[in-house]
Design a protein around this ligand. Structure first.
Ligand code: OAD
Length: 239
């Protein structure tokens, strides 16, 4: 299976990669679903919503503060590095990520389509301005904007639209690739998961890398059972 996937990747003129939380699992960042997915018994769906933030911004910020601390201590793993190598090797190689942790950036990936936003950016709920903030821990929770408004994480929550330009570019990349590589996502959160049928209908060969079966498995032309930190380096051996 791995040699076939490697050949498809080597022959492809254009490659699109979609990553999810599983790609950062080997860096010590817990995934949202499965073991270790709960924080103080809350699920992501209980906290990553505009309603949860309106009800209790402190609680939501404590969760994000905890994630920011874990991420700040983490390092990109072999899976992130393999993706960055592939981007350097193939001119037409687009990385789409659902991850907000910035580990792909730190591994050297570029032009990343962050469809769920970025945990290292804050946005004012009053004036709408947005800015980078890498402080860990944040000096005050909840953080405030210069205008005095309440700041929120610069991420996309359940029930919110994805950034339209970024999403359009993601659909275009998925629909026009020869190979679509899906790694470390449960493929249950939409519209992100709809990129897989977009890729298929555009004629891409879909390769999945995940230790578990997911809804993407059925759509995949090849599904490789394994951790991305082990599988992805075997798919990208040069570059
Ligand atoms: P999930 O937590 O739903 O799924 C993680 C996937 O990674 C599962 O399919 C695991 O089997 C797999 N996995 C675990 N360890 C792995 C490893 N070492 N290598 C490869 N795969 C591994 O994460 P996402 O699919 O990213 O959204 O979740 C999608 C969205 O739901 C997130 O972006 C976030 C979340 O709530 C928002 O916050 C809006």
């Amino acid at each position: 299976m791995i040699p076939t996937a490697r050949t498809w990747i080597e022959q492809a003129q254009s490659i699109t990669i979609l990553t999810g939380a599983g790609v950062s699992a080997e860096s010590g960042i817990p995934t949202f679903r499965g073991d270790g997915g709960l924080w103080r018994n809350y699920r992501a769906e209980d906290l990553a919503t505009p309603e949860a933030f309106a009800r209790d911004p402190n609680l939501v910020w404590e969760w994000y503060g905890w994630r920011r601390e874990l991420i700040a201590k983490a390092e990109p793993n072999a899976g992130h590095h393999a993706i960055a190598r592939l981007q350097r090797r193939v001119r037409n190689c687009t990385l789409i990520t659902q991850n907000v942790d910035g580990l792909h950036d730190r591994a050297g990936s570029f032009g990343i389509l962050k469809i769920h936003g970025d945990i290292w950016r804050l946005r004012c709920t009053a004036c709408g301005s947005e800015w980078p903030d890498h402080r860990v821990p944040l000096p005050k929770i909840p953080p405030r904007c210069q205008c005095g408004g309440l700041a929120r994480p610069g991420v996309v929550w359940f029930g919110e639209d994805l950034p339209p330009g970024v999403w359009r570019s993601a659909v275009d990349a998925a629909s026009s690739s020869d190979v679509f590589l899906v790694a470390g996502t449960s493929a249950v959160v939409y519209p992100a998961a709809s990129l897989i049928p977009h890729a298929k209908s555009g004629g891409a060969r879909v390769i999945e890398a995940n230790p578990d079966e997911t809804p993407a498995t059925r759509a995949a032309d090849l599904s490789i059972r394994g951790r991305s930190g082990e599988v992805l380096p075997q798919l990208v051996t040069t570059g």
